[in-house]
Design a protein around this ligand. Structure first.
Ligand code: CP3
Length: 355
C-alpha cells in the first residue's frame, strides 16, 4: 500500500502517531532505541562538555541538543527524550552514579524501612523539572510532523536496579530472590514505582511528549504467575493511570524477552502498541495479537553494527514480515556504541525505499 492510499482524515500529521493509532504506512515511520548516544561523534563532544551523564541529562540546553542530533542527522520520524529510566529512583532520593565501562550503580535498597525514605511523586517531579524543560524545548524544535517520545522504565526493571544496585546477573538474581522471599516488601516498592511512573509520564505528556514507551528490559526474569504479578499488573496500573489523564496519548510497551507471555502482556496491560525484541519472530507474533494492533521493531542492533549485505537482507525481511500490520521500524534493543553512523544512515535509506 502506498501513502496515497491512506485515509486523509488522520488525527495527527505525524506518521508515528498514525501507525500507533492503527494505520499502516508505507514506508513505515522509523526511530531507533538509543538513537542518541556514544556512536555519534557529536554526542561524544557534548557529553565531554557536560562531564557526567547525569549532568548532561539535567542540562536542558545540552539535553535538547543531543536529543535532536540523530533526528537531524538521519531525518528520523521521532525523537526520544534524552534521559534515563533511572532518573526516577534518583529523584525518589536514591544515590545514582554512572561509571565508565560499568553502567549505572545505585545504592541498593535493602528493606521495607528504606521505602519510607522515598520522596513522594510530587517531590520527585519537582526534582525532574530540568528534564521537563528539555521536553518543552524538543517539542518546540521538532515541528508537528515529527513526534517526541517520552518514557519510563517498567517497575520490575527499575526495581531490579534499585534492589540489586546494578543491572548485572548478580543484581538480577538478588532481586528475584527478594521478590519471592519478601513479596510484601516488593509489592510496596512496586506500588511506589507505579505511582511515580504515572506521575512522571503524565508530566512528560503535559510538557509535550506525543507518545510514551515503557521499557521493561528485564521482563524475561520471571515464571508465569510472577510475570503477571510483577510485570503485567504494575504495567496495567501505569497504563490506566496515564489514560485517566491523557486517554488518547499512545503508550508503547517493550517487555524485552517476554516470549510466549507477549500476548497476555498486550491483552492485559492495555498498551496501544508493542515493541518487539530481537528474539520475537514477527509473523507468528502478529497472528497472536489483536487485528490491526501496532508493532514496533525489531532489527538486531548487532546487524546494524555489522552493516553490509546482511543488514540489507534483514531490513527487507522485516519490512516484508510486517507489511500487513501497522509497523514502526525500530531495533530489537538499543544501538551499540561501536555502530558506524554510516550504517544507521544506510538503514534509514533502506527503510525509506520500501513500498
Ligand atoms: O536515545 C535514547 O534511547 C534515549 C535515551 C535513553 C537512555 N537510556 C540514554 C542513555 C533511554 C530510553 C534509556 C533507557 C534505559 N536506561 C534502559 C531501558 C532500555 C534498555 O537499554 O534496555 C535501561 C535498562 C537503562 C539503564 C542504563 N542507562 C544502562 C544499563 C546504562 C549503561 C549502558 C550504556 O549504554 O552505557 C545507561 C547509561 C545511558 N543511558 C547512556 C545513554 C546514552 C550512556 C551514557 C554515556 O554517555 O556514557
Amino acid at each position: 500500500m502506498s501513502t496515497a492510499d491512506q485515509p486523509s482524515s488522520s488525527r495527527s500529521s505525524s506518521r508515528l502517531l498514525q501507525v500507533l493509532d492503527g494505520e499502516r504506512r508505507t514506508p513505515p515511520p522509523i526511530w531507533l532505541m538509543r538513537q542518541a548516544g556514544r556512536y555519534l561523534p557529536e554526542y561524544r563532544a557534548v557529553r565531554a562538555r557536560a562531564g557526567d551523564f547525569l549532568a548532561l541529562v539535567g542540562d536542558p540546553a545540552l539535553a535538547t541538543e543531543v536529543t535532536m542530533q540523530p533526528v537531524r542527522r538521519f531525518d528520523l520520524d521521532a525523537a526520544i527524550l534524552f534521559s534515563d529510566i533511572l532518573v526516577v529512583p534518583w529523584a525518589m532520593g536514591r544515590d545514582l552514579r554512572f561509571e565508565t565501562g560499568e553502567g549505572p550503580v545505585l545504592e541498593p535498597l535493602e528493606d521495607r524501612e528504606a521505602l519510607t525514605g522515598l520522596a513522594d511523586a510530587a517531590t520527585m517531579t519537582e526534582r525532574l523539572e530540568p528534564i521537563l524543560e528539555t521536553v518543552r524545548r524538543v517539542r518546540a524544535a521538532l515541528g508537528r510532523d515529527r513526534s517526541l517520545i517520552g518514557f519510563c522504565g517498567g517497575p520490575w526493571t527499575v526495581a531490579t536496579y534499585m534492589v540489586g544496585g546494578r543491572g548485572g546477573e548478580g543484581a538480577r538474581e538478588r532481586t528475584r530472590r527478594i521478590a519471592l522471599e519478601e513479596p510484601g516488601f516488593f509489592t510496596d516498592l512496586l506500588e511506589a514505582l507505579v505511582q511515580a511512573s504515572v506521575e512522571w509520564l503524565v508530566a512528560q505528556i503535559a510538557a509535550g511528549a506525543d507518545a510514551v514507551q515503557i521499557f521493561e528490559s528485564w521482563a524475561m526474569d520471571l515464571p508465569e504467575p510472577w510475570f503477571r504479578r510483577w510485570v503485567i499488573l504494575p504495567t496495567a496500573l501505569i497504563v490506566a493511570g496515564v489514560k485517566r489523564r491523557f486517554p488518547r496519548v499512545p503508550i508503547i510497551g517493550f517487555p524485552r524477552g517476554a516470549g510466549c507471555m507477549l500476548r497476555d502482556y498486550v491483552a492485559d496491560t492495555g498498551v496501544d502498541a508493542v515493541s518487539l525484541d530481537t528474539g520475537m519472530p514477527i509473523r507468528p507474533v502478529v497472528r497472536q495479537l489483536p487485528t490491526g494492533f501496532a508493532i514496533q521493531g525489531n532489527l538486531d542492533p548487532r546487524i546494524v553494527r555489522l552493516g553490509g549485505e546482511v543488514m540489507e537482507t534483514e531490513v527487507r525481511r522485516i519490512l516484508e514480515d510486517a507489511a500487513g500490520v501497522p509497523h514502526v521500524f525500530n531495533l530489537g534493543h538499543g544501538l551499540f556504541p561501536d555502530t558506524p553512523p554510516a550504517h544507521v544512515a544506510r538503514l534509514v535509506e533502506l527503510v525509506r525505499a520500501a513500498g
